[in-house]
Design a protein around this ligand. Structure first.
Ligand code: PGA
Length: 268
């Protein structure tokens, strides 16, 4: 094992990646700045955590310009896969990067519900990698069935989105398993169990291993997303192989999100 490998493995094991997915919130830049300042206080102190804030794109530049700490990075919630052109209302990878993003969320279920296909998600992964972004690839089933056919959906999402990613770059893609039915605003009252999260992390690692080989597949960070809050964070962060979380609703409450960062710091 060379040093790079040891360091990288150490990093993956020791630093939880926590993404605040603000979605289309809050309404004003003033509120976004207040929320960010409050989160920043904790995020700067949680050494074992890489905090990533994914604000609405219109607030990205102002927030990222106000904070240059490595411990806090920014993500675009989406990009277009074309470099430039007549895509009205869209943002290119380079533009998002120019606004201060280092990460980009791709294939979130909210985008897929708006018509994004697995192939388009895959193009975004490739564009993000070539622009030196870290893409966070969301996969997750809308519902489960007793026979486990939903696993085919997850496999297809992964295989299609990663089909043009070379073996040497797969370690630069972060995966996020986020079952749509477990998202806090999904309207379902079903909760995922710790065991089910563990099974899915193993399943995703297996799909990656089959496609890219074990040596690189083991280096990929896999996050969990879906109703993570201060009550369940500790249990989720101690599931073997869970490298962090994408957090929607609870990231809009600086106090609760701060508690989650502290839990991640402790379990890092
Ligand atoms: P939630 O959202 O934490 O509110 O369930 C997570 C997400 O959609 O990324």
């Amino acid at each position: 094992m060379d040093n790079h490998f040891v360091n990288r493995w150490y990093y993956i094991r020791m630093n939880k990646l926590i993404i605040a997915n603000w979605k289309m919130n809050p309404p004003t830049l003033k509120e976004a700045s207040i929320l960010f300042s409050a989160i920043k206080q904790t995020a700067l102190r949680t050494r074992n955590v890489q905090t990533v804030i994914a604000p609405p794109l219109v607030f990205l530049h102002a927030l990222s310009a106000s904070c240059k700490a490595k411990r806090i990075q920014f993500a675009a919630q989406n990009i277009h896969f074309e470099a430039s052109g007549a895509q009205v209302g869209e943002t290119s990878a380079v533009q998002a990067q120019n606004a201060g993003a280092k990460y980009v969320l791709v294939g979130h279920s909210a985008r897929r519900e708006n018509g994004e296909t697995d192939l388009e998600t895959g193009k975004k992964v490739v564009v993000a990698l070539s622009a030196k972004f870290t893409p966070v690839l969301f996969v997750g089933e809308s519902e489960r069935d007793q026979d486990g056919l939903f696993l085919r959906t997850i496999r297809k999402q992964l295989i299609t989105a990663l089909k043009d990613v070379p073996q040497s770059r797969i370690k630069d893609v972060v995966m996020c398993y986020e079952p749509v039915w477990a998202i806090s605003t999904s309207g379902s009252d079903k909760q995922i169990t710790i065991n089910e999260i563990h099974q899915m992390v193993l399943f995703i690692r297996k799909v990656l291993t089959d496609k890219f080989g074990e040596r690189v597949a083991r280096k990929v960070s896999i996050l969990y997303g879906g109703s993570v809050n201060k009550e369940n964070a500790e249990e989720i962060f101690t599931v073997p192989g869970v490298a962090g979380a994408a957090i929607g609703g609870a990231s809009l409450d600086a106090k609760e999100f701060g508690t989650i960062l502290q839990i991640a710091n402790k379990t890092g």
